[in-house]
Ligand binder design. Sequence first.
Ligand SMILES: Cc1cc2nc3c(=O)[nH]c(=O)nc-3n(C[C@H](O)[C@H](O)[C@H](O)COP(=O)(O)O)c2cc1C
Ligand code: SF4
Length: 371
Amino acid sequence: MSVIFEQTMINGMAVSNRLVRSATWEAMCDDDGRPTDRLTDLYCDLAQGGVGLIVTGYTFVSPEGKQLHGKMGIHTDGFEDDYRKMTDAVHDAGGKIALQLVHAGGQTDSANAGRQPLAPSAVEVDQFPEVPAEMSKDDINNIIEAFGEAARRAKEWGFDAVQFHGGHGYLITQFLSPLTNQRTDEYGGSVENRSRFAMEVYHKVRDTVGSDFPVMIKLNGADNLEGGLEIDDAVYAATKLSEAGIDAIEVTVGTPASGALGPVRTNIDAPENEAYNMDLARQIREAVSCPVMVVGGFRSPGVAEAAIKDDRVDYIAMSRPFIREPGLGNRWQEGNLATAKCISCNGCFVAGLKEGGIYCVVEKKEQEKKE
Ligand SMILES: Cc1cc2nc3c(=O)[nH]c(=O)nc-3n(C[C@H](O)[C@H](O)[C@H](O)COP(=O)(O)O)c2cc1C
Ligand code: SF4
């Protein structure tokens, strides 16, 4: 049996294999962030298709942290029944599900946030033209509190774990990055100060859910932006989180401003173009004692297996391959080891923006041709 299909544990959570569905915005929630049956069905397909751990799409912890339409929200006690239905259905399908918690920070606009966006400093970022308001200490404390409340709801409503989003230019990355964090107080300047917000979010979440509930982070190993977060600072933050007791770190990269070196890359058409965050993951793996997940361009079982065996990462996370083939894990386990069918064109993302929900546009065209 391939190492990919070994059963493992993350702080008491049994994970049936080493394949993680990386967080993926599906654009399938109501305007107020309430999850839908359509989204629950998608997670059940993933559970039945052999994903060891499903991480939900990014879920806003407070209303001004919302970014895109159809995004899930966990900012209110009002969605309890919907979330319990979701987690029950995934468990009945044999799956495990973690909720990804996010605050978009300055990477949103007032139409989605319902107010001027908040960020560590009043620095405009590429593709988000509104200058955000610099967060006061009260804003910082309120958002940390919101992460804690969100984690409380997630645990009470049946999620198996939470993962907070420390990548892709959202609020936690904005604090980590010297480019977007120009504060002169205890949250800005040195790497210790820039990591403070992430650490405080972690401690608030941990204090809320207790020591025996898995708490994870998706962390940028680098922003790939001049003046942005670099690997040494990411290793520092990862080490501090690991020492503090975080249960897993998923290594990612980039922000929407990073262009070809961003988080969701195209042209993954050969094994040598796969696993594009492996170097960063390796450096973080060497520094920490908690399990490490790596995401970004995994398409072939051989590349995934080598990352686990040779580079000693613990989990392989994928997003787009599971959009095209929710049953990819089962396919590989049953011995059909062909590369994932996803051609990394990002058409699914466009469908989410324009058609009210992500789906694989390439697969749909192929099916239509056959009919
Ligand atoms: C449609 C779409 C939505 C995404 N939404 C999220 C998200 O909500 N949270 C997140 O951390 N990453 C998100 N990502 C990034 C993926 O999790 C992943 O890091 C990236 O696509 C690279 O992995 P892949 O090559 O396996 O797709 C999204 C990617 C896509 C294509
Ligand atoms: S549209 Fe389909 S083939 Fe293209 S990136 Fe998305 S899942 Fe992959």
